[in-house]
Write a protein that binds this ligand. Structure first.
Ligand SMILES: CC(=O)SCCNC(=O)CCNC(=O)[C@H](O)C(C)(C)COP(=O)(O)OP(=O)(O)OC[C@H]1O[C@@H](n2cnc3c(N)ncnc32)[C@H](O)[C@@H]1OP(=O)(O)O
Ligand SMILES: O=C(O)CCC(=O)C(=O)O
Ligand SMILES: [Zn+2]
Length: 389
């Protein structure tokens, strides 16, 4: 019997919308298309682009994106404004991601509508898009600071109107995973349509919240490459992939996981930042082991200190053996790579020398190698410089 595949989330990559709201981002038309192709090749199911009403260039770029004919569905993020929806439809997008701020603070500060007022505009925009036959998502911006009764009123009304999906947005990154689980679970029980989750990282919970949303029934999760977005951004693609993979590799089996480092590097270059050192999977040191206790165990069994296999993600493991935190096993391994095989006593002496030298700062691999070879040169043959073959 074929094993049943687990329910898996669909990824809505919004680097070309939320990501463009990152302070340092400004994608040229060529960059947008290059990035879209790379994300499509990676396997994301949706690409969200900025509203075509944002600027003439935004409209031009959306049309070009639609024209690529990618496997990913191209959706555009539009206000509940009939003119905005018409323009999105005219550009040929596969869907519209409609939104309205529903919290008291956004109703007051962003658009000045009551719940009844925003719902009337939302339903008009939804029907307009539905009549054109495109996919329709309606999202409550700032859902976590919205009265639950107001939220349910809006969600049930748009669900009854037949939207494909409702969005639950943690717009200012205030939610905890438990709160996400509770709210998405409540929405799951109230609507028949799919549920999308969009979570900001102000409180450092963006990836955990996206995972919690999925566990509570969300079907679509928003990410951007590197997590770029307004303020400090949203859930990063690599972070979400790491989290889902750890829960069950089959959840992300549809994606070209080994392409993640190149994707992150591409966006980092486009927006002029480095990949954060602590980025899941793609951070420079994500698979580097340093402390002696760690390197000793990793040399025997990488899983001892690795939750993720770097090879799955196009990365390599690296052992930092030249720091003062190193241990005999790491030094012996490095020495063996140079063809130097040492007695236990000599290994202790060499390790002590490495630690003493590294007290002034970790030795680079080349410096460590030089020290090992110099040490070996002091030893009587045949211990030193045995054949490396
Ligand atoms: C949390 C998020 O990230 S939401 C997505 C944010 N994305 C963007 O803002 C896209 C880029 N934005 C833009 O290019 C511009 O803001 C535009 C073209 C959309 C609108 O520009 P302007 O007409 O000059 O208005 P401005 O941005 O100053 O103010 C927002 C307007 O949208 C209205 N508005 C806010 N939210 C919504 C909504 N969900 N649906 C309909 N109208 C809305 C406001 O009421 C206000 O209009 P008003 O002055 O007539 O009351
Ligand atoms: O449309 C959405 O669901 C999200 C909009 C947004 O960027 C946000 O609320 O932070
Ligand atoms: Zn956002």
């Amino acid at each position: 019997m074929t094993p049943t595949l687990p329910r898996r989330p669909l990824i809505v990559d919004t680097t070309l919308r939320e990501g463009e709201q990152f302070a340092a981002a400004h994608f040229s038309p060529e960059q947008k298309l290059r990035l879209a192709r790379a994300l499509d090749a990676f396997g994301v199911e949706y690409l969200e682009h900025t509203s075509p009403v944002a600027s003439p260039g935004s409209e031009r770029d959306l049309r070009a994106l639609v024209g690529l004919g990618l496997s990913a569905r191209v959706v555009t993020h539009v206000r509940c404004h009939e003119d905005d929806v018409r323009r999105a439809l005219d550009c040929g997008a596969d869907g519209v991601n409609l939104l309205f701020g529903t919290s008291a603070v956004l109703r007051e500060a962003s658009h000045g509508r009551s719940v009844e007022g925003l719902l009337a505009d939302a339903l008009a925009a939804i029907r307009l898009a539905q009549n054109a036959g495109v996919e329709v998502r309606f999202s409550c911006e700032d859902a976590f600071r919205t009265e639950t009764a107001d939220l349910l009123r809006v969600y049930t009304a748009v669900d009854a109107c037949g939207v494909d999906r409702v969005g639950v947005a943690d717009t200012v990154g205030v939610a905890t995973p438990r709160e996400v689980e509770r709210l998405v679970g409540t929405v799951r029980a109230a609507v028949r349509c799919d549920i999308e989750f969009h979570g900001h990282n102000d409180g450092g919970c963006a990836v955990a919240n996206a995972a919690a949303a999925f566990e509570a029934g969300a079907t679509h999760l928003n990410v951007t490459v590197l997590g770029i977005g307004e303020r400090n951004g949203i859930a990063p693609l690599s972070g979400l992939i790491a989290r889902l993979y750890l829960s069950n590799p089959a959840l992300v089996g549809a994606y070209d996981l080994a392409a993640l480092p190149a994707l992150d590097a591409l966006v980092a270059e486009m927006v002029g930042v480095n990949i954060p050192f602590n980025a899941c999977i793609t951070g420079e040191t994500a698979f580097t082991h340093k402390a002696g206790l760690h390197t000793n165990a990793v040399l025997r069994e990488p899983r001892a200190y690795e939750a993720l296999d770097p090879g799955v993600f196009g990365r390599e493991r690296h052992l930092l053996s030249g720091s003062r935190l190193t241990g005999r096993h790491a030094v012996a391994h490095r020495a063996a790579g140079l063809g130097v095989h040492l007695s236990p006593a000599d290994l202790r002496r060499l390790t002590a020398q490495v630690k003493a030298a590294a007290d002034a700062g970790a030795l680079a691999d080349a410096e460590l190698d030089a020290l090992i070879l110099a040490f070996a040169g002091t030893l009587p043959a045949p211990t030193a410089l045995a054949s490396n073959a």
